[in-house]
Design a binder for this molecule. Sequence first.
Ligand code: BG6
Length: 303
Amino acid sequence: MSNTAQINKQFAIQDQLSFHEHDSGLVIAEINNAFGQASICLQGAHLMSWQPKHESVPVVWLSKDAKVLAGKSIRGGAPICWPWFGAHSSDNTLPGHGHARTVPWHVVETGSEPCGATRITLRLSNNDAHQKFWANPAIAEITIVIGQALRMELSTENTGSTSFTLTEALHTYFEISDIAKVNVSGLDQCTYWDKVGGSELKQQVGDVTFDSETDRVYINTPAKCVIHDAGLGREIHIAKANSLSTIVWTPWTEKANKMGDLGQADGWRNMLCIESANALDNGFELAAGQKHTLIVEYSTQKI
Ligand code: BG6
């Protein structure tokens, strides 16, 4: 029996969840239920798409030029930055945003909630391609629930005998009508590290609006954010728990052109990253035997 057939046998849920093999050989979980559609690549436990039934365009953006390849991060969706966010603190040969998004995770559980929502849990442990990048014994798990809202719970368990420092992010790309016409509320008066043109500490005044490259790590904020998008007639609500940082990122033309995988014809204008994280000042020590879980919930509302 092929690997995919075996996974289907063990974890598929009739009329809700099945697994198929992409041309690259990577396995993708497809969820189609009463609430909507979502796909998750088992490499990186990477949510690639989410579109609720009541939305005419996806809520989670995937680049038209996204490459789904073994060992590479997929542009769009919700990459998991773990066990560090951004550059590694001391070794720049290690991958940016950690290794979790480019290595295989495995399915440990699937299920259907009483309301009809579909649940899948994936795990990355020391037995996976982990130790090559990070010596600390740990288990990362993500549970993704596709219901009226999209819920993701990223847990980290320290299975070793000494503490370690963790930084992390759910680096979600949201689909929007036009970057110049949306605004983000929820961060007024918050302090942020501005990563554009050197790292400087600044304070947000009012909503966040966009007219150039924006790369900000808001710190010490558990706040809910809302993307107001009159063009698509909707708000995207981003609620979170156990996350004290929020990253707001759009590359704008020059950086997008350099990156090269954000889609033809200014594809980047149709996406905005709002990342729920524990980054920079909000990195924390996880003691031996302790478990930490970062939770996000995304939902939409018509305006
Ligand atoms: C954001 C960072 O989280 O991710 C940006 O703040 C970075 O600086 C962006 O450019 C994309 O990162 P990557 O590694 O997926 O190209």
